[in-house]
Write a protein that binds this ligand. Sequence first.
Ligand code: IMP
Length: 193
Amino acid sequence: MEILFATNNTHKLSEVQAVLGDGFRLLTPRDCGITEEIPETQPTIEGNALQKARYLYERTGRDCFADDTGLEVEALGGAPGVHSARYATDGHDFAANNRLLLKNLAGQENRRARFRTVIALIIRGEEHLFEGIVEGRIVDAERGTEGFGYDPLFIPEDGDKTFAEMNAEEKNAVSHRGRAVRRLADYLHSIEK
Ligand code: IMP
């Protein structure tokens, strides 16, 4: 099955492809001639995921899905949350975001945080939402070089490695996105029959 995924982030693409398996061929917006940045201007993670999926569906008419993720830090009242990509600057500056997060948590004993992903799928003209959450904590300094975004600062519950110290398979097994994509995959398999 061919399905359009609203990302040009190669890390995300390979994470999602690994979970979906060979039965699905992921197309990117670029593959469909969409080169502009897809708007994500909604106040919630769900809203952004739906906005991105609808944007692609309206322009291509293809089965498609979009994900939106937020890092929700308890001691910061759930920030950066829906603003995770643009926490420190207007762009996707991962290093600056990580520096700001550490600064805002300096001296803070409560390091509890969670990643939350929502996937919006539009298939056969119908909309569906899938959620994945991983609880964990924020460390004091960056560790590891794998992955992207806040990965060097986040240790999932019961673990001792940050996401950036894990390979893709280890991260996918417990991550927010891995969990949401497995729900998406289960649904796609169920309607394929
Ligand atoms: P997006 O909505 O998936 O683009 O995610 C928003 C922001 O959350 C990204 O720019 C990253 O900073 C962060 N983020 C999303 N997924 C992950 C992840 O798996 N690990 C670390 N950071 C992530």
